[in-house]
Design a protein around this ligand. Structure first.
Ligand code: 2BA
Length: 109
């Protein structure tokens, strides 16, 4: 068994939830925050059999889009003036950042 941890953009979370249910995959959605942008994203925990990893990755790929996002200027207040960026910077936020981990034991009570 594997645990798939997928960090995705909030905009895709409803569609991904629906698609996982449609394909009979069970998932838990957690509200999370990106360390760099400090804005909300969504983390899915999906427990699956080894042979289900590939189909779940396909569902994630089909439902999560990569987008450009503007990062607000970083304030010099309390920081180093050398690192001050006075203009917004555009970053590419991935459709999904996915970790796949082995599960030693799985129980439901
Ligand atoms: P954030 O940390 O808010 O990062 C959003 C996007 O900003 C990243 O997209 C990346 O394009 C850019 N970025 C991040 N750190 C950067 C830096 N030090 N310098 C320049 N640009 C930077 P993604 O790589 O697609 O990541 C989307 C979200 O996935 C991240 O949101 C974070 O919540 C999660 N994530 C990505 N890599 C991770 C990792 N190795 N471990 C845990 N979470 C991760």
């Amino acid at each position: 068994m594997k645990l798939i941890v997928a960090v995705i953009q909030d905009k895709d979370s409803g569609r991904l939830s629906d698609a996982l249910v449609e394909h009979d995959f069970q998932a838990t959605k957690l509200a999370s925050t990106g360390g760099f942008l400090k804005s909300g994203n969504t983390t899915f925990l999906i427990g699956v059999k080894d042979e289900e990893v590939t189909p779940v990755l396909e569902v994630i790929k089909e439902n999560c889009k990569s987008r450009e996002q503007l990062v607000a200027p970083i304030s010099p207040m309390g920081g180093n003036a050398d690192s001050y960026v006075p203009y917004p910077v555009e970053v590419q936020v991935g459709g999904a950042t996915v970790f796949i981990m082995p599960v030693d034991q799985f129980e439901k009570f």
